[in-house]
Design a binder for this molecule. Structure first.
Ligand code: URA
Length: 259
């Protein structure tokens, strides 16, 4: 639309407005300030702060597997187990009970878990059950102090830390620590394995029922494996020593066969 005002009139009007105090340029189109906008914009809700991104929980079995696989020898394995922080049993135990005997032994004995005496001393099978175990192997001219591999034994447990009040190990504790046991067997590389009692059979063979399992050769970790009554059971049930004696003779025969 063309302005009806000539230049001089328009200038005079502007000048007059400036005199009145108008300091800002006017808009191109008129603005009705009484008009209510159709859509009142509602303020955006303030977004709740995002939950912090948490790292997925580490799998203790996988951590144990990696730690165990990296061990080259028994010292390294013992250190790796001592540094493993994912098993709550460690916090209630006095000592890591790693092993005892001759690492060159042909026979590796796998017990259940340390008891009070083992926890105090830091060696497996040193209490009453351990003394009976020593007498049993002495009867076939074998022992943990024997220097020759043919006559010596090497002893460890499924768990290296004492469970509180000597309770049974939990399946998750066994699973978590089994990679260390497997590596232990690989490093020692015995000719045969003896599983002492139900818990060891459950942990290693995945089977319970020591009364039926004992005396029957199995295979675990790729080795001939003989389940036997636990010496603690023999202390409570001395009549079962007869079967234990038969199992020791079976062990002797197997070692002869394999020699
Ligand atoms: N019983 C076990 O099975 N292991 C030990 O070391 C002591 C008692």
């Amino acid at each position: 639309m063309e302005s009806a005002l000539d230049y001089h009139t328009a200038f005079a009007l502007l000048d007059w407005q400036v005199d009145l105090g108008a300091t800002e340029a006017m808009l191109d189109a008129p603005l009705n300030r009484y008009e209510i906008p159709e859509k009142v914009e509602t303020p955006k809700p303030v977004a709740a702060p995002e939950a912090p991104v948490t790292a997925p929980k580490a799998d203790p079995v996988e951590i144990a597997r990696k730690a165990a696989a990296a061990c080259k020898d028994l010292d390294g394995l013992q250190q790796a187990m001592a540094a493993f922080e994912h098993c709550a049993l460690k916090r209630g135990a006095r000592n890591l009970v790693f092993a005892d005997g001759n690492p060159a032994a042909r026979v590796m004995i796998i017990g259940e878990a340390p008891g009070r005496d083992e926890d105090r001393i830091g060696k497996p099978f040193v209490g009453r059950a351990g003394q009976l175990l020593d007498r049993m192997f002495d009867a076939i001219d074998m022992g943990r102090a024997a220097p020759l591999s043919a006559q010596s034994i090497y002893i460890t447990n499924v768990l290296p830390w004492r469970p509180p009040q000597n309770r049974d190990p939990k399946p998750e504790e066994i699973e978590m620590l089994k990679p260390f046991l497997q590596r232990h067997v690989e490093i020692v590389a015995p000719d045969v394995i003896i599983l002492m009692g139900n818990i060891s059979c459950q942990a290693v063979l995945g089977r319970k029922g020591i009364t039926r399992l004992r005396g029957n050769w199995q295979e675990s970790f790729g080795k001939p494996t003989l389940p036997m009554f636990h010496p603690a059971y023999l202390l409570r049930q001395p009549h079962a020593k007869r079967e234990a004696w038969a199992d020791l003779l079976s062990l002797q025969a197997k070692l002869r066969d394999l020699a």
